[in-house]
Design a protein around this ligand. Structure first.
Ligand code: C2E
Ligand code: CA
Ligand code: CA
Ligand code: CA
Length: 277
């Protein structure tokens, strides 16, 4: 029994070594991908739930791999976080998004914002405000067009430090959203002191709407909480007209999801699509 236990352990640790090696290899490939411009920014529309208009977009990274095609961030963000490359990816996405906003404005499009995801690495690293203001200046962009999404868990990891970083960013004039709200453990007192502009309800809560009574209750209370603090609310993962109707009924401001539009390359955005079908 001892012997077999040992060999199980040997297989197990061998497996872990392989996994670790794969992650290192993925990290290396990803660094090359960034240098060789294989990363692309996709944009998913964020709609006003009342009239269906596009209000803004969320920028989402994709890896356009020469052999494997389009790779979703779920497959490479963990390796990017581990290797620290996520900060470079996020800074590159910030630059792409600002250039894209500049391009849209110059061609006469009207939009409120483009949201960019900020990893907890980049958020806590310092000098984010400096980098953001450089990128804005490079695209001659008013800061209010840029929204930064920081996850609830990144913000609550060290709430006192986060507060200082958020204050600096807010003073720059960019807008701030707490992403995946409801999955972390915010205290209400802290949330109030954060003074962000938006909460994004995690798609895990939207999924069961309107029939799942618990998700309905959570969604309702997040909307109420946000409005009481003067924040607007974005629901993510809105796939059906029924979900959109429920969210509108509950007073949710904005919706984002496959029911409105999938993330896509900027030239493929359907600007005039007004209603969910
Ligand atoms: P997230 O920030 O919560 O982004 C929302 C994810 O939900 C996106 O997945 C989006 O495509 C997906 N989604 C949108 N609508 C629907 C829907 O109706 N149904 C379903 N099932 N899914 C929907 P995506 O693009 O695969 O990104 C996954 C995650 O990867 C993001 O989650 C975010 O955490 C991370 N990510 C993506 N781009 C970046 C980036 O540039 N920087 C960082 N740090 N993270 C990123
Ligand atoms: Ca996000
Ligand atoms: Ca989210
Ligand atoms: Ca998420």
């Amino acid at each position: 029994a001892k012997g077999s236990g040992r060999s199980t352990y040997a297989f197990y640790s061998q497996d872990l070594t392989n996994q670790a090696r794969q992650r290192v290899e993925l990290g290396t490939a990803l660094r090359q991908a960034l240098e060789q411009r294989q990363l692309v920014a996709y944009y998913q529309p964020v709609h006003c739930l009342r009239d269906g208009r596009i209000i803004g977009f969320e920028a989402l990274v994709r890896w356009d791999h020469p052999d494997h095609g389009l790779i979703s961030p779920a497959a490479f963000i963990p390796a990017a976080e581990e290797s620290g490359l996520i900060s470079s990816i996020d800074r590159w996405m910030l630059q792409q998004a600002c250039r894209q906003i500049r391009g849209w404005l110059d061609s006469g499009r009207s939009l409120d914002f483009v949201a960019v995801n900020i990893s907890s690495r980049l958020f806590t690293r310092g000098e984010l405000d400096l980098h953001v203001s450089q990128v804005l200046a490079e695209s001659r962009l008013e800061p209010g067009y840029l929204m930064l999404e920081i996850t609830e868990s990144a913000v609550m990891e060290d709430a006192d430090a986060a507060m200082i970083i958020l204050d600096r960013l807010r003073e720059l004039g960019v807008r701030l959203a707490i992403d995946d709200f409801g999955t972390g453990y915010s205290s209400l007192a802290r949330l109030k002191r954060m003074r962000v502009h938006k909460l994004k309800i995690d798609q895990g809560f939207v999924r069961g709407l309107p029939h799942d009574p618990e998700n309905a209750a959570i969604t309702r209370s997040v909307i109420g909480l946000a409005h009481n603090l003067g924040l607007s609310v974005v629901a993510e993962g809105v796939e059906t007209a029924e979900q959109a109707a429920f969210l509108l009924e509950e007073g949710c401001d904005l919706g984002q999801g496959f029911g409105f539009g999938r993330p896509c390359a900027p030239e493929r955005i359907e600007w005039d699509l007004e209603r969910m079908h």
